[in-house]
Design a protein around this ligand. Sequence first.
Ligand SMILES: [Zn+2]
Length: 71
Amino acid sequence: MALKIRITAAPRPRQRSLVPALVYRAEAYEEADHFREPTWGCPHDHETVEHAYHCGMTWLNEQAGEQTEAS
Ligand SMILES: [Zn+2]
């Protein structure tokens, strides 16, 4: 089972600024799944893609177990 992380962007609710702010969320999906349905989605509203990606990778590492935890 090979999970991949992708980042989705959505308009921030309650944003009235002229600049369309986006929030980013990490999603995990099965690489072999043709439909790439998300098997997990992070519950946060990340400010940047990097934060969301880091969140997803952290989750992915947790799924792999703590044995490969980097220090
Ligand atoms: Zn997150």
